[in-house]
Design a binder for this molecule. Structure first.
Ligand code: SF4
Ligand code: SF4
Length: 178
């Protein structure tokens, strides 16, 4: 594995890998009215977790964006919210990867898979990974390796994996039903 020296280096490389490839060869937002960009509430604010150090790329904050604290995955986590449209270069890494996610267990290798959190919004989910552009999947797989090779992003992926698994744990598991 080609290990970047720093967490920020890994983040920048992953963002660059996914700056052009998109899930389909056409703009998939036309299929669904960009439903993954539509948030809730009067201000239509969606939110996505930033990777470690990514908030420094949002200074100054582009118009319509806001950053708030979010401890769901990391104690020092940051949530970027938007108004449902943005310039391509401003997309955070989580949006560049969507509807994929990188899964990583402690001591393991990263795995790329459909993000179960995408099921309620993304019409590409039923077609599976085979329905996505090979260029997009390839770039995401390369980004996954890069992110898993730097300490900060690796820890983020491990914690995010645990969080996603917890969110989507079977309902019959102990404690899931009150
Ligand atoms: S919800 Fe899925 S199909 Fe729609 S814009 Fe987002 S990634 Fe593309
Ligand atoms: S940051 Fe951009 S790509 Fe991400 S949800 Fe908001 S509008 Fe969509």
């Amino acid at each position: 594995m080609n290990t970047p020296e720093t967490t920020f280096g890994a983040l920048e490389k992953a963002r660059a890998l996914l700056s052009n490839p998109t899930p389909l060869h056409q703009d998939c937002g036309h299929l669904c009215g960009a439903s993954c960009c539509r948030g809730e509430g009067a201000e239509n604010r969606g939110g996505m977790l930033l990777y470690p150090g990514e908030e420094t790329l949002y200074v100054p904050l582009p118009e319509g964006f806001a950053i708030t604290r979010d401890t769901s995955v990391m104690p020092e986590g940051r949530l970027l919210t938007c108004r449902g449209s943005c310039f391509r270069g401003d997309r955070p890494l989580a949006c560049r990867l969507f509807p994929l996610a990188v899964f990583l267990e402690e001591g393991g290798e990263p795995t790329l898979a459909l993000d179960p959190r995408a099921w309620p919004v993304c019409p590409l989910m039923p077609s599976g990974m085979d329905g996505l552009s090979p260029e997009f999947v390839g770039a995401a797989a390369e980004a996954a390796q890069v992110l898993a090779g730097a300490p900060g992003t690796r820890e983020f992926l491990i914690r995010q994996t645990a969080h996603i698994r917890w969110l989507h744990r079977p309902l019959w598991e102990s404690g899931a039903v009150s």
